[in-house]
Design a binder for this molecule. Structure first.
Ligand code: MSP
Length: 644
C-alpha cells in the first residue's frame, strides 16, 4: 500500500481577500504535496475557508448581505486564486458545509457527555476583532496582547472545555516529539507559554451577541467559538469520529500555519484532540510573516503585491519560485520587486534557462535534435552523476524539514554543476573531429539527462516550467509517471527522444522594463497613485494598463441624482462587495433600463464626490455624438471576474 501523506493549510477567513501571505502557505503546502506524489505517496492536501464568527458577521452586515450569501460569494476569490496558482489540493473545505458542521456538533456532544465541557459564568476582557477573551494580567497596557486593540469587559454564562487538565500531557508530548512543533524556536515559545498555568477554554458565544456560528447541540442559545469550530476542519474532512480513527491520512504529516496562529494550533487543537481521543498531528510548522518593500503589509501596501496582479505581471512559476526561494521557511521575509527581478534574471533566465537552451541548441546543431546514445565516457561524467545523486538524496532529507529555500539552493548546485560540465567538456571543440563526436554524444546525453533530472526536481515548485522543459526535451512520459525513482539512478532518459527548442522558458527582464516596474512599485508603495508613465510616442506599457482593475459588476439599483441632468446613482454588486457609483449616463438611459445589467467597473479608482455623492469606481461606456452606450458582454460572466 502506498504511504499516506496528509498536509493542510490554515482555512482562511473569508472577510479578507486572498493576499500574498495566504498564497505563501498554500504554495508551500502544494510544493510538499507535489513532491510526495512524485515519490508515489497517496497524498491528501487540504485547504479551505473559515466562514463563521464575528468578523464575517460584521463584514456581511456592512456589505448589506446575509452572512450565507456573503460567504457563498467570498470563498470564491480563494478558490479562483488557488486555481491560477496551480494548487493541487485534494479538497476545499468550507466550515459552513454540512459535512463539517455535522462533525463539529457530534464532537461537541460527545465531549459534553464525557464531562469535558461544562457551563460557568465568566468575566473577562474580550477582544472583538480577535474573538478572544483575555485575563487582566494578559493585557498589555490595557489592550489586547495579540493585536494591541481595545478590549471590552464582558460578563456572561458560557461553556468551557477543560483544557487545563491536559497541560502536563501537552508539555510531555512536545518534549518527547522533536518535530511536533517546528522550527525549534517556535517549540520553545510554546513551552514558555505553558510555564504559566493553562486555563480552560471558553468554547461558546451567546447567540444574542453572535448568531453566525454552529449552534451547540446541547444548548441552542449558544454558537460554537469560531476557533473550536475551525480547527476541527482538519478531521471533519475525513468524516465522523469512528471514520477518522480508521482513516489512514490521520495523523496529518504537517499542519502549515503562520506564526500568529501557533497557540491555537499547538495548545487548543492538540488538547482538543486528546480529549476527543484522536492522536495529535505529527507536525505543526509555523512560518514567518512577509513585509512588503520593507514595510508591514497594510491594506494599501497589499495592492503592491496583489497576487492576481503579480501573476499577470511575472507569471505563476516566478512567484512560486520567489516565495519559496527568498526566505527560509520559518523566518520573516520581505517581498521586494527588486529582489524578485534579480532572481528572475540570475536564477531563472541566466542559470536555468541558459542550461536548457544551450543543451537544446547543441542537440539541434549536432544531432538534429535527437538525444544521442551514450558512447565514449570521460573523466567529467562521474562528477556530474555523483552530484546528481547527492542532490537527489539531500533534497529528500530537506523535505522532512520543509527547508524549501535550501532545497532550491541544492537543486541550483546541480544546475551549476551541469553548466560547468558543458564548459569543461567543450562540446563545440568535440564536434570538430570524428573521434570527438563519439564523446560529444555522451556529453549531450548527460546534459539532456541533467536537464530532465532538474525538471523533475523543480516540478513541485514550478510545475508549468517543468512541463515545458520536458516538452522541449522530447520526453513524453508524464512527470508524475517518471517520478523520483526515475532520478535516483542516472540514465532514465531514452536516447532518440526528439527534442525541440521552443520559446525561452524565462526571458530576462531587461533594465528598462525593470526600471519601469520599480518606478510603478515606488509610486504604489508610497500610496500616491501618480500618473501612469507615458512614452514619448504616447503609447503605454502593458503594466500601465494592468494597473487598472476592471471587473464585471451587476447593477442592483439605479436612481437619478436630483438636480442633475446627467448623473445616475447606482448600486453595483462585484460578487464579494457592493459599491455605490455615480455615472454620467442619465441622458441616454432611464434608471429602470439599468437594473440587472452587467457592466464593466473600474474598481481601483480613487473614490470621488460628484454633486456631493461619493462614487466608488467608474462604469465603462462608449460615446458618440452625445449618445452614451454601456460596455458589456455578450455571454454570462461571474460577478467580480477580471476584465483585461
Ligand atoms: N481562519 C484562521 C485560521 C484557522 S485554521 C484552523 C486565520 N485565518 S487568516 O486568514 O487570518 O490567516 C491565515 C494565514 O495567513 C495565517 O497562517 C497567517 O499567519 C497568514 N498570514 C497573514 N498575513 C501574513 C503575512 N503578512 N505573511 C505571511 N503570512 C501571513 O487565521
Amino acid at each position: 500500500m502506498n504511504r499516506k501523506f496528509y498536509i493542510t493549510t490554515p482555512i482562511y477567513y473569508v472577510n479578507d481577500v486572498p493576499h500574498i501571505g495566504h498564497a505563501y502557505t498554500t504554495i508551500a503546502a502544494d510544493v510538499a504535496a507535489r513532491y510526495r506524489r512524485l515519490d508515489g505517496d497517496d497524498v491528501f492536501f487540504l485547504t479551505g475557508t473559515d466562514e463563521h464568527g464575528q468578523k464575517v458577521q460584521q463584514a456581511a452586515e456592512q456589505a448589506g448581505r446575509s452572512a450565507q450569501a456573503y460567504v457563498d460569494a467570498l470563498h470564491k476569490p480563494f478558490k479562483d486564486l488557488w486555481a491560477r496558482f496551480n494548487i493541487s489540493n485534494t479538497d476545499f473545505i468550507r466550515t459552513t458545509e454540512e459535512r463539517h458542521t455535522r462533525v463539529v456538533r457530534e464532537i461537541l456532544q460527545a465531549l459534553h457527555e464525557k464531562g469535558e465541557i461544562y457551563r460557568d459564568s465568566y468575566e473577562g476582557w474580550y477582544c472583538m476583532p480577535d474573538e478572544r477573551f483575555w485575563t487582566e494580567k494578559d493585557l498589555v497596557e490595557g489592550n489586547c496582547p495579540e493585536c494591541g486593540r481595545k478590549v471590552e469587559k464582558i460578563k456572561e454564562y458560557n461553556y468551557f472545555f477543560k483544557m487545563s487538565q491536559y497541560q502536563e500531557w501537552l508539555i510531555d508530548h512536545i518534549q518527547k516529539n522533536e518535530s511536533f512543533i517546528l522550527p525549534a524556536s517556535r517549540k520553545n515559545e510554546i513551552l514558555g507559554f505553558l510555564k504559566k498555568p493553562l486555563e480552560d477554554l471558553c468554547i461558546s458565544r451567546p447567540k444574542e451577541r453572535l448568531a453566525w456560528g454552529i449552534p451547540l447541540p446541547f444548548d441552542e442559545d449558544y454558537v460554537t467559538y469560531v476557533w473550536f469550530d475551525a480547527l476541527i476542519n482538519y478531521i471533519s474532512i475525513h468524516g465522523s469520529h469512528d471514520e477518522i480513527l480508521k482513516c489512514d491520512y490521520w495523523p496529518a504529516a504537517h499542519h502549515l500555519i503562520g506564526k500568529d496562529i501557533l497557540t491555537t494550533h499547538a495548545v487548543y487543537w492538540s488538547t482538543m484532540l486528546k480529549a476527543i481521543g484522536i492522536s495529535p498531528p505529527l507536525n505543526i510548522f509555523a512560518h514567518g510573516w512577509w513585509t512588503v518593500e520593507g514595510k508591514k503589509m497594510s491594506k494599501s501596501l497589499r495592492n503592491v503585491v496583489e497576487p492576481n496582479l503579480l501573476i499577470d505581471q511575472f507569471g505563476v512559476d516566478v512567484i512560486r519560485y520567489f516565495l519559496m526561494r527568498e526566505v527560509p521557511f520559518g523566518l520573516d521575509g520581505d517581498f521586494s520587486h527588486k529582489a524578485l527581478i534579480g532572481r528572475v534574471n540570475s536564477d531563472l533566465a541566466n542559470n536555468l534557462g541558459n542550461l536548457l537552451n544551450r543543451t537544446l541548441n547543441m542537440l539541434g546543431k549536432y544531432f538534429e535534435g535527437r538525444v544521442p546514445e551514450i558512447d565514449v565516457e570521460g573523466d567529467e561524467d562521474a562528477g556530474l552523476k555523483g552530484k546528481s545523486k547527492e542532490v537527489v538524496e539531500q533534497v529528500n532529507e530537506l523535505y522532512d524539514e520543509l527547508a524549501y529555500n535550501r532545497i532550491l539552493m541544492k537543486i541550483w548546485e546541480l544546475l551549476d554543476a551541469s553548466n560547468q560540465y558543458i564548459n569543461s567538456t567543450a562540446p563545440w571543440n568535440l564536434a570538430k573531429s570524428d573521434d570527438g563526436k563519439k564523446r560529444l554524444a555522451t556529453v549531450l546525453y548527460n546534459a539532456a539527462e541533467a536537464c530532465r533530472v532538474i525538471a523533475i526536481l523543480i516540478h513541485p515548485f514550478m510545475p508549468d516550467t517543468s512541463k515545458k522543459m520536458m516538452q522541449q526535451l522530447g520526453v513524453e512520459t508524464p512527470i508524475e509517471d517518471q517520478g523520483l525513482p526515475s532520478i535516483r539512478t542516472w540514465g532514465w532518459l531514452s536516447a532518440s527522444a526528439q527534442s525541440k527548442q521552443g520559446e525561452q522558458i524565462f526571458p530576462r527582464i531587461e533594465d528598462k522594463a525593470a526600471e519601469k516596474i520599480l518606478a510603478t512599485v515606488e509610486v504604489k508603495a508610497s500610496g500616491d497613485d501618480g500618473a501612469a508613465a507615458v512614452e514619448e510616442d504616447n503609447l503605454i506599457q502593458i503594466d500601465d494598463f494592468m494597473r487598472l482593475d476592471l471587473r464585471v459588476a451587476l447593477i442592483l439599483e439605479a436612481e437619478k441624482v436630483k438636480k442633475s441632468k446627467k448623473l445616475i446613482k447606482l448600486k453595483v454588486d462585484l460578487g464579494h462587495e457592493q459599491r455605490q457609483v455615480v455615472a454620467g449616463i442619465a441622458e441616454s438611459y432611464e434608471p429602470e433600463q439599468l437594473v440587472g445589467r452587467k457592466v464593466i467597473l473600474v474598481a481601483n479608482l480613487k473614490p470621488a464626490k460628484l454633486m456631493g455623492i461619493e462614487s466608488q469606481g467608474m462604469i465603462l461606456a462608449g460615446s458618440d455624438q452625445g449618445k452614451v452606450v454601456l460596455a458589456g458582454f455578450d455571454e454570462e460572466l461571474e460577478l467580480g471576474a477580471r476584465v483585461k
